[in-house]
Ligand binder design. Structure first.
Ligand SMILES: [Zn+2]
Length: 436
């Protein structure tokens, strides 16, 4: 893949350099934005005004000094009192509530202004232009019905450089979506791994005409090798990983043609990697929790927000030539889900093992810990023998197999009846605590 540029021209225009930016330009811009964000947050947001531990002077001399500021967490967003919001509610063009992963029904609340939304659309426009050509039809498998939803913002970004986005139907059955894809014959597709993986696997087994999709943008905190391999085989697709969450303003970091880490959206975000226990900033190259600070956000600025995602910064310059720093992601912080004498088993390893079985279209996993530890897997597949293949794949997996056996974890695989899963979701292992 070649012929696409990097984001650096756009970065130059955004940060205001007359030449292609060098690292010093990006860092001077980030320091300026950071100091503005700190002063703004302290004067406008009740939360930051009341937050303790801020340095006396709100002007930092260098980016690394950000480590002197306290960290913020999703609990601060859930509590919402004092509020992180820095403008009157009437200035919001979009309020987003995100359910937290716990069972408490609590929600994180975020708040975007018109200018915040514009920054998101601009990033989508210029980011997508590095992997999709003008005139290409692009299937969008994110929710796009509501104005300013992630799918809507992505479609607006794509339209700006002349790509032709079409929203896929996500609320019906998988076959409805697959039918829409065959009709559309897109050059590119964007969505979550679960959505795209299910569509590709269904197409491989349903006897319909094959489809070639050159490019896929996949948004997740980690994308398994078996997923990438399946899309390459079934659609002939080059998979570009993207990382982001509502808190980062959807966009966060995007792979380039070198596929060696994801270039960070440094026009809008400053990222750190910390030791999750001590809170200390880790040196480049060491893996820890990704912490994000928004640089231009006005509705609800986030300063040193713990994302819960695991990753590390890459030191070397990318082969694509971009000045933007890169992040290598590695799943969520709350892993491993199983720990034993032989090490830990991250959820993404289970994901990789199960999806490597060809007949698997979709699945969900539940782990019950305690005396009768049990890994229950519901799979969507056309062939009933797939259940046995999934069991074997887990037991013969070099990491998962020995651990599941040494910890005496019972594996139960069954076919899911009907199509019980939503097409647009993150795949996570549900943890249940059994009797001890
Ligand atoms: Zn690159």
């Amino acid at each position: 893949m070649s012929g696409f540029g990097t984001l650096d021209d756009w970065v130059a225009r955004t940060i205001g350099t007359a030449h292609l930016p060098i690292r010093e330009d990006v860092e001077a811009y980030q320091l300026r934005c950071l100091n503005e964000t700190m002063a703004y947050a302290r004067s406008h947001s009740p939360f930051y005004r009341s937050q303790e531990g801020w340095p006396e002077s709100h002007t930092l001399g260098q980016l690394a000094d950000i480590a002197r500021l306290p960290l913020t967490t999703s609990a601060d967003l859930v509590r919402g009192d004092p509020s992180l919001i820095a403008l009157p509610m009437r200035d919001a063009v979009r309020l987003v509530t995100i359910p937290t992963s716990g069972t408490s029904g609590q929600q994180k609340r975020l708040f975007f202004t018109e200018a915040d939304i514009e920054a998101i659309v601009a990033y989508f426009e210029h980011g997508m232009a590095t992997i999709v050509r003008p005139g290409s039809s692009v299937a969008v498998a994110f929710p796009a019905q509501r104005p300013d939803s992630v799918g809507d913002l992505l479609m607006r970004g794509l339209s700006r450089f002349g790509a032709l986005p079409v929203a896929l139907p996500l609320d019906g059955s998988l076959d409805t979506m697959v039918g829409a894809l065959r009709e559309l014959q897109p050059v590119a597709i964007a969505g979550m791994p679960v959505t795209l993986g299910a569509a590709a696997r269904r197409m491989a087994t349903d006897g319909g005409p094959p489809l070639r999709i050159e490019t896929a943008l996949v948004s997740a905190d980690s994308v398994s090798p078996s997923f990438k391999a399946a899309l390459a085989v079934i659609w002939g697709t080059e998979v570009f990983e993207h990382w982001g969450m509502t808190e980062t303003g959807y966009g966060g970091a995007l792979a380039c043609e070198a596929h060696d880490g994801l270039h960070i959206r440094e026009t809008d975000l400053y990222l750190e990697v910390i030791d999750a226990k001590s809170g200390e900033v880790l040196p480049t190259g060491q893996t820890g929790e990704v912490v994000v600070t928004t640089l231009r956000r006005r509705g609800l600025p986030l300063i040193r927000y713990r994302t819960g995602d695991r990753g590390c910064m890459i030191e070397t310059r990318c082969r694509c030539g971009s000045v933007l720093r890169r992040l290598r992601l590695g799943g969520r912080m709350d892993e491993p889900i199983i720990s034993g004498k032989g090490g830990g088993l991250p959820a993404e390893t289970i994901d990789d093992a199960i999806f490597s079985v060809e007949g698997v279209i979709d699945f969900s996993v539940e782990l019950r810990t305690g005396r009768h530890a049990r890994l229950s897997i519901d799979i969507v597949a056309d062939d009933p023998w797939t259940t046995e293949a999934v069991r074997s794949a887990l037991l013969s997996h070099p990491i998962a197999g020995p651990l599941l056996q040494s910890e005496k974890i019972n594996i139960a695989v069954k076919l899911a009846s009907g199509s019980p899963f939503s097409l647009c979701r993150k795949r996570r292992v549900t943890m249940m605590r059994g009797e001890e």
